[in-house]
Write a new protein. Structure first.
Lengths: 408, 301
């Protein structure tokens, strides 16, 4: 199996790798390790009557980092475990490097995994932990030693090699777990919420390190997380899962700017998109948007989208404050709406910006402002406009209603 | 009025004091009870052991006096000397037999126990729960109730008066305990470590022996000791299945000594003491492996 993998890999090296080519060239390590494609076709998993994963089809190219993102219980970890072979497949198939491995045991798939809780071997030192998978490769003793040293140097854990996991901090254990996984240069690297046990600061630092490491090694990576910010920052592409199905696949920009459903729109972004029901406020008969100052914001938003929309969405950063002179604070949008007066419920300074929670007839709406002018501070009513080009409309089932050529 | 208040106050103060004294004497009583039960436990568990040891180093004359003393007046090792020099009583043979039977049984029971307990906790197959319960039920059966049918079986298999008969019956009778101890421990091991090993290229069997077993060392040692102790002390099966002197184990040997010779209490006690010794020594030696917390640092959260 090992031999076969190696053959397919070397032949794959000759073929085109569209994905890796758009990346900035790095220090030449790329290509040594390489990765395999991963193809999931209508992959399903049933636990009793429950459909945990329901017909997931995904195609992951060589060297790509794909993030499976979704709320807990959406089936993302189960999908990952099926790729690993830790969970049997109820329907569909998993192919790695063009070979259907659905029935293969984990040890024959040439995949490595970083577990959420690291799962280090507690009775082995760090060196032995990293060596453990190498013993199953055809590397000689000397090559193994060399590989351990280079992996440790790469992850900056060379001084920990003779310690046992119990003596390490969370961040160090995490690095050892990654070292163990990448040491043998697997075709596919699987990561199951690898950063969730780190504190916030370390998490942000480690994720960028992970990203650059993955790009340098060019290992095909499937990364599971429920943290949309982590997903956006690390992914080549994100597959957003909900209720056992993939709702949308795309680059972080695509899924953020062009969500296909209300679920995705509401899941991405921090704070997430404001989603308001359109069945609110005054009758909209004959009203083609554009209401007078003082009207209700929720009603105004509802009026700006087509009648068949059940919900209207606007991102917090697409809402703007209006100062006393009636001009928009900061860089306003090109297509600005009328001004609405809103009650301010809460103002949260979050450092680089302010988050204002406004009360509307349809519930709270969050506005994000780079600055709040002095004259508006302490006021419990402010003028607000929105970017008319950045509204999202969703039908009753949560599907996205798209804008036509001219307007809705 | 004032005197009434004063008397009430005085009464309540006395009441309080009484109450407090009650509490104090209660704790004193409780402490006395604690030490009494502790003393009783120690007496019951250690006194026979002491008498055994004391008798084994007492001369025959001193053993059979009318007013035996708890402290041997004269210490002798003659009882032990007789044990090892006697031609009629093959203590060394019995000891070796017991050692062989107990070691083989405990090893085999541990091996089967590891695989069985692993399958109980990690694999799902039809009948898993049924077999698990069956194991516990078997453990509840007492040896005396199954000895006759078991003898028929052993006789049918042609294994009467062989060590193999003991290997088989002892393994079977220690297995429930072995399985129970191991599966309880395996359930506490994080599955992710085994999954990591499988992803690192190891098969399930390799994972058991390279990851699960090293991590279970404390409980494996404890389980081995228990199984060894059961086999070492077993009497009923050995007394029924064995005939020839050369194959007898220690409990049978000692019992025979009592039956065949009279007035050999000193030697019986010496033999009993030597029978007990290996278990105690093994426990003291292996105890250091029975430390907890082997999985520290394995998984987070």
């Amino acid at each position: 199996m090992q031999e076969q993998d190696r053959d397919t890999r070397s032949s794959a090296d000759g073929t085109e790798r569209p994905h890796r080519d758009d990346r900035t060239p790095t220090d030449g390590v790329v290509g040594e390790a390489g990765g395999e494609t991963v193809e999931l076709s209508s992959l399903s998993k049933r636990f009793g009557d429950e459909e945990a994963v329901d017909g997931v089809s995904l195609s992951i190219s060589e060297g790509e980092l794909l993030v499976l993102l979704g709320p807990s219980g959406c089936g993302k970890t189960t999908t990952l475990r099926m790729i690993a072979g830790l969970e049997s497949v109820s329907g569909g198939s998993v192919a790695i490097g063009g070979v259907d491995v659905s029935e293969h045991p984990p040890q024959d798939r040439d995949v490595a995994m970083v577990f959420q809780n690291y799962a280090l071997y507690p009775h082995k030192t760090v060196r032995e932990n990293i060596r453990f998978p190498l013993r199953k490769t055809d590397l000689s003793k000397a090559e193994q030693r060399e590989r351990i040293e280079s992996t440790a140097a790469l992850l900056d854990i060379a001084d920990l090699l003779d310690k046992e996991p119990a003596a390490l901090s969370g961040g160090q254990r995490q690095r050892v777990a990654i070292g163990r996984a990448i040491g043998r240069e697997p075709s596919v690297l699987l990561m199951d919420e690898p950063l969730s046990n780190l504190d916030a600061k370390l998490r942000v630092r480690t994720r960028s390190e992970l990203r650059s490491l993955q790009q340098r090694l060019g290992i095909t990576t499937v990364y599971v997380t429920h943290d949309q910010e982590e997903a956006m920052s690390i992914a080549d592409r994100i597959a957003i899962m909900n209720d056992g199905r993939v709702e949308q696949v795309g680059t972080p920009e695509e899924v953020y700017e062009d969500p296909t459903s209300a679920f995705i729109a509401g899941f991405l972004g921090d704070p997430s998109m404001n989603l308001l029901p359109t069945s609110v406020g005054p009758s909209r008969d004959g009203d083609t948007g554009g209401t007078e100052r003082g009207d209700e914001l929720a009603a105004g938003l509802a009026a700006a989208v087509p009648d068949d929309a059940a919900r209207v969405g606007v991102r917090p950063e697409d809402l703007f404050l209006v100062d006393g002179s009636g001009s928009v604070v900061g860089d306003g949008p090109a297509n600005v709406s009328d001004v609405y007066d809103c009650d301010v419920h809460v103002v949260e300074p979050i450092g680089r910006a302010y988050e204002l929670t406004l009360s509307t007839a349809a519930g709270p709406v969050v506005l994000r402002a780079r600055t709040v002018p002095d004259e508006l501070r302490g006021r419990d009513r402010v003028g607000v406009v929105y970017d008319r080009d950045s509204l999202y409309a969703f039908d009753a089932d949560g599907g996205r209603l798209r804008r036509g050529g001219n307007g809705w | 009025m004032i005197s009434f208040v004063a008397s009430v106050a005085r009464e309540s103060v006395t009441g309080l004091r009484l109450l407090r004294r009650q509490v104090r004497s209660d704790t004193r009583l409780r402490r006395a009870g604690f030490y009494a039960s502790l003393g009783l436990t120690l007496l019951v568990s250690l006194f026979p052991f002491y008498v055994m040891f004391a008798t084994s180093i007492t001369t025959d004359d001193a053993i059979y006096v009318n007013n035996p003393s708890l402290l041997p007046r004269e210490v002798t090792l003659s009882q032990y000397a007789v044990l090892f020099s006697s031609e009629t009583f093959a203590f060394t043979t019995y000891f070796v037999n017991s050692a062989i039977v107990a070691t083989v049984t405990a090893t085999f029971s541990l091996f089967v126990g590891v695989i069985g307990a692993y399958s109980f906790t990690r694999l799902s197959y039809p009948g898993n729960t049924l077999i698990r319960r069956g194991v516990v039920v078997v453990y509840m059966l007492s040896a005396i109730t199954v000895v006759v049918p078991l003898f028929q079986l052993i006789a049918r298999l042609g294994l009467v008066d062989t060590r193999l008969s003991l290997f088989i019956t002892y393994t079977v009778s220690t297995l429930p305990l072995t399985l129970y101890m191991l599966w309880n421990y395996f359930e506490s091991l994080p599955v992710a470590i085994e999954e990591a090993a499988m992803l690192d290229g190891y098969s399930r069997v390799e994972t058991i022996f390279r990851v699960v077993v090293p991590l279970s060392l404390p409980v494996l040692v404890a389980t081995f000791l228990f199984a060894f102790k059961i086999a070492w002390n077993e009497y009923i099966f050995a007394s029924v299945f064995l005939k020839s002197q050369a194959k007898l184990t220690l409990p049978i040997g000692i019992e025979q000594m009592n039956a065949d010779f009279s007035n050999v209490w000193g030697q019986i006690m010496a033999a009993s003491f030597l029978t007990t010794l290996p278990i105690v020594v093994m426990f003291l030696y292996l105890e250091k492996y029975m430390v907890e917390g082997l999985t520290a640092g394995a998984v987070e959260g």
